[in-house]
Design a protein around this ligand. Sequence first.
Ligand code: ADP
Ligand code: ASP
Ligand code: MG
Length: 417
Amino acid sequence: MARLVLKFGGTSVADIDRIRNVARHVKREVDAGHDVAVVVSAMAGKTNELVGWCREASPLHDAREYDAVVASGEQVTAGLLAIVLQAMGVNARSWLGWQIPLKTDDAHGVARIGDIDGSDIIRRFEEKQVAVVAGFQGIAPDNRIATLGRGGSDTSAVALAAALQADRCDIYTDVDGVYTTDPRIAPKARRMNKIAFEEMLEMASLGAKVLQVRSVELAMVHKVRTFVRSSFDDPDAPEMSDFDNPPGTLICDEEEIVEQEVVSGIAYSKDEAQISLRRVADRPGVAAAIFGPLADAGVNVDMIVQNISESGEATDMTFTVPSADLAKAVDVLEKTKAETGYDAIQSEAGLTKVSVIGIGMRSHTGVAATAFKELAKIPVNIRAITTSEIKISILIDSDFTELAVRRLHSVYGLDKV
Ligand code: ADP
Ligand code: ASP
Ligand code: MG
């Protein structure tokens, strides 16, 4: 007997029929004698609708009330799944974040989990009760509902698995594992049996939305054995009950991976915007004067390119921000112009960051040059580049996203044969 946390995403609970299918997965594990806690997302499209309603009600809305609205999607699915499980003869009870309680910090809308008291859920395992937990939500220090940022149910699940000391956390979604790139845009993407925590962290933070970044961090820190697998697989197929090797992708330590590729995946993130400040004074303190106020305004600056000035007096500074933050960023920069003293701002939205990721890059040269040559063949113009030990990120025009992802996927030998 083991203890499992199963998480089901929006597409997996999109309607009552799919919730019934989810319940069959849950029942299989209960019948096998395991203690089971389930984490559910809102039905597909529901959170987008709720966010849209908040914006329509008022573009500048109170973050606490936004949380009150958007957390409701998960409440519905938790209740519905508990009802369906009960109808199937499974002892089940729904839980909202505050009822557990799952405590968060006070960053409404993007809250981080602090502490989870799993004692009540564990006690009820003795009565073979299944906990059906509303993902994406918790309770903030001000006693109000807080949500964990988009895609946050993954994080709810991994954090709950850590708190309950579960043997495994299964993230059920609409694909049967983590692929070498998004299978929706690259039909030749391959499913990986295993991926290292560090690579998954990069994939997630560079745009692969199959797992929320924070969930990967928590799995890595708390050593939660996490699988990504499909809710659309037949719940009663014999391989579904393989405890050590269920069908899907295991997120694990690097040491567990026998054959490490140089490049293991390609990620992309659309909706990037580029800002260039022309003729910024070339003196100490200027970067701080530019990026300090942007950070204070909550703008997430990513790639930064600063040219060497010809005269030693002024230089150009180029950086990227999410498209959604472009207007805010330009506003901040205009207000702080006196301190930064640039000549002009130029900005452009509609860009994509394509990233090549692989732990093997640490010990191989020429990986970046291969990407540049391949993009030149398309041809697609490179606007900015950043690298780290295990990734190369390249900024391009969004029109080339699919093509660039597929070509990079092929050139690094990732295509399925
Ligand atoms: P859920 O609603 O179950 O949380 P998401 O839509 O958040 O599901 O995440 C699953 C989606 O992530 C897939 O449908 C797929 O299009 C996308 N995705 C992006 N990159 C990858 C990747 N490398 N491997 C698998 N899926 C990916
Ligand atoms: N329903 C939330 C969202 O769409 C949380 C999640 O699905 O993980 O972002
Ligand atoms: Mg998700």
